[in-house]
Design a binder for this molecule. Structure first.
Ligand code: CA
Ligand code: CA
Ligand code: CA
Ligand code: CA
Length: 295
């Protein structure tokens, strides 16, 4: 006979019935952290219970960039590539048992249930920051240059190959340390330089005032008393260059992991969970991403 257990927390008795046999374990994971280790093409999440003698783990194969974007990934458990293990040990188990390539010989698993049916749902929430001097909340969900990178993680918001950080109120002339109150507007057209693709208003796009074609208009200077040609309206040579420079932004990702319709089996025993909340991890991965938008 199979029992269906509505699942609230990992703190209830673990009961399987089969022709009169009753298996009871503590299955108590409510106060333990979800932990994680990664391989080249697989992900292993696990929890160790309070007495350190039981564990539940999920292994699945996935793309290496799974933590780079906000998404919901659903993996079907198949018992071979993607599966759950619930194990009971003859001694205390530690995280090194899971994340070492060669697991320690002790403790030994004295009982094991395999979850080979169900769906693992991994929700990833990735936060991006372009470090361009403007608070992400102030940049909103616009994509001024339409390069596919929204302003809040686009370090060159107007796509002129001059980073926003260099186009703001870099001198803080008003002394308020807020780059948005008096942003530079070289040509006085009321479009601040960091959102203006022709900063000096000479009719040649800033991106095209890049005479050495190195995707950096800041080092093309005909008159040092004025500055770069893209800020000098008296210099208007045009070099067609419809290529974006490489973009970079920082990311940090949180996750929530749940299992739906899990079936755990051990010989003839079979236990089913409708919903098993394995837990969450904040900042599971963080770093810098590089990308060059297509023009
Ligand atoms: Ca953009
Ligand atoms: Ca930006
Ligand atoms: Ca500009
Ligand atoms: Ca110019």
């Amino acid at each position: 006979m199979k029992r269906l257990l509505g699942f609230f927390l990992l703190s209830i008795l673990f009961i399987g019935c089969n022709d009169g046999d009753v298996i009871v374990t503590s299955f108590s994971f409510e106060d333990t952290n979800l932990q994680f280790c990664t391989g080249s093409d697989s992900y292993l999440f696990f929890k160790i219970n309070n007495a350190d003698t039981e564990s539940i783990s999920l292994l699945f194969q996935g793309d290496s960039d799974i933590f780079f974007t906000s998404d919901t990934t659903r993996v079907t458990l198949d018992g071979t590539s993607n599966y759950i293990n619930f194990r009971i040990y003859n001694g205390q188990v530690s995280s090194s048992y899971f994340c070492n390539e060669v697991p320690p010989t002790t403790p030994q698993a004295i009982d094991e249930y395999l979850g080979n049916s169900g769906v693992a749902e991994l929700v990833t929430i990735a936060s991006y920051d372009d470090l361009d001097g403007i608070d992400s909340d102030d940049e909103g969900l616009l994509d001024t240059d339409e390069d596919g990178i929204l302003n809040y993680f686009d370090f060159d918001d107007d796509g002129d190959n001059v980073p926003t950080l260099l186009e703001l109120d870099t001198e803080n002339a008003d002394g308020d340390n807020n780059p948005l109150t008096n942003p530079k507007d070289t040509d006085g057209d009321s479009i601040p330089d960091y959102l203006d693709d022709d900063d000096d208003g000479d009719g040649v796009l800033t991106r095209y005032e890049d005479s050495d074609l190195n995707l950096d208009p800041t080092n093309d200077i005909d008159d040092v008393t004025v500055g770069p040609n893209f800020l000098n309206p008296k210099v208007s040579n045009s070099y067609i260059l419809d290529i974006y420079r490489e973009h970079s932004f920082d990311f940090s990702t949180n996750i929530v992991l749940k299992i739906y319709n899990l079936v755990l089996t051990n010989g003839k025993e079979q236990i089913t969970y409708e919903t098993l909340i394995l837990g969450s991890i904040e900042g599971i991965q963080a770093g810098t991403l590089l990308t060059t938008p297509n023009f």
